[in-house]
Write a protein that binds this ligand. Sequence first.
Ligand SMILES: [Zn+2]
Ligand SMILES: [Zn+2]
Length: 128
Amino acid sequence: MAEQGDDDYIKCARCRCKYHNNDESIKDNFGFNRLHEQLKTCVKCRNRSKQYQQDNFEKLAQKRHQYWIDNKDTINAQRQELIRTADESNGTVKYCNRCYKNKPVIDFVCPNGKSYNACYPCLERKYG
Ligand SMILES: [Zn+2]
Ligand SMILES: [Zn+2]
């Protein structure tokens, strides 16, 4: 049996399916984001989760809301802590008030050179 190097295949980060590592296959099975980076999950997985979210929109929103109610204090405390860390980072990280994460400041710079209180990936998700 011929040995296949890992370079011959790319794995989907979610279903672990292997796809051929060539331009054509990557284009068909993964696709690229706006920065022309290869997406980490395959088209099948992305469609599946999109479909799931559409089918269960109400349920998922309710679940998120319930989680928020149950863990409000913890979540708030974690967010305050992140905001504090960002404030003390000397401008190296910034707190995104949409994904509630600290990210490198560079992630907040939009193509127009401005930056907002949400990171660019979050803004892109909304407007892209
Ligand atoms: Zn997949
Ligand atoms: Zn964000």
